[in-house]
Write a protein that binds this ligand. Structure first.
Ligand code: GLU
Length: 284
């Protein structure tokens, strides 16, 4: 009987704790105040990443891996947040600005190119990497040599990306299919429903290197844009931007940046192009 009552008390205590945790979390996401959960404390961070980009941001079971994930962990640690206190949130290309604006995430590390259009809604720390737009095609296809050879071809890309925007602006003769994630394009490319996939060379290398697609695809290898990966944060949070930039600089200086790149994109045979590692822009 005593045990039973104790059980009830414990349950009530747990419930109260749970509610308290919910309450504080709701307060944190509710906007206003410091979205980082304080500058120096060990408060948790909600970080937006891709879940379907091997080598960059990948969720497998309960494990998160990739270059973006490693850079995010390094920066979080410099901000006083341990890995265990990070909540990873899926940040598809089209949802990144909204996730930041609504406070659903504190930072986005998701192959997120710094652009003037995006800067109207969010701010960026970094860049921490420079990639370039390229094409992924079937290994046996010799007809697509670059974006100028896409006329009349069926091309796959992702809604809300600079990759899709570039095609709409510069190559209007292409039949563009926009999906919500790059990994979704692969089955259609393999079965010839679509002819090519376009986005950053980093993403394409990681996707092509997946064992289930071994030998099936090749990256064309002539980039036609410059994609400067930034860390998306709430618009105008200059203090946070400066802290992130300091962490990024330290990551390059102590060798961790190169180590993370080699570990995550090395296996895919990816070599970082000119301009890497970049120096972060001045925060504004
Ligand atoms: N880096 C480009 C962008 O931010 C393409 C990759 C992506 O969609 O994440 O739009």
């Amino acid at each position: 009987m005593t045990t039973r009552r104790l059980g009830a008390v414990t349950a009530a205590a747990v419930l109260a704790l749970g509610l308290a945790a919910c309450g504080s979390d709701a307060g944190n996401t509710g906007g206003g105040g410091d979205a980082t959960g304080g500058s120096g404390g060990g408060a948790g961070l909600k970080i937006g990443i891709k879940f379907d980009q091997p080598g960059l941001g990948l969720k497998k079971g309960t494990e998160y891996s990739g270059f973006d994930v490693d850079v995010a962990k390094y920066v979080a640690k410099e901000l006083g947040t341990e890995e265990a206190d990070i909540t990873w949130v899926q940040a598809p290309s089209a949802q990144r600005e909204t996730l930041i604006e609504t406070g659903q995430v504190n930072m986005v590390f998701a192959t997120y190119s710094i652009t003037d259009a995006r800067k109207e809604k969010v701010s960026f720390a970094g860049p921490y990497f420079i990639a370039g737009q390229d094409l992924l095609i079937r290994s046996d296809d010799s007809s697509i040599t670059g974006p100028d050879a896409l006329e009349g071809k069926k091309l796959c890309s992702v809604t809300g990306s600079t990759s899709a925007q570039k095609v709409k602006d510069k190559y209007p003769g292409v039949q563009l299919q926009e999906l919500s994630g790059y990994s979704e394009c692969l089955p259609a490319l393999a079965n010839k429903t679509l002819d090519a996939l376009t986005t950053d060379d980093t993403i394409l290398a990681g996707l092509a290197a997946q064992p289930e697609y071994a030998g099936k695809f090749k990256v064309v290898g002539s980039t036609f844009s410059e994609e400067r990966y930034g860390v998306g944060i709430k618009k105008g949070d200059t203090a946070l931007c400066e802290k992130i930039n300091a962490a990024l600089k330290k990551m390059v200086e102590d060798g961790s940046w190169q180590k993370a790149l080699d570990a995550n994109l090395g296996p895919a045979g990816y070599k970082a192009g000119a301009g890497n590692p970049p120096t972060p822009d001045t925060c504004s």
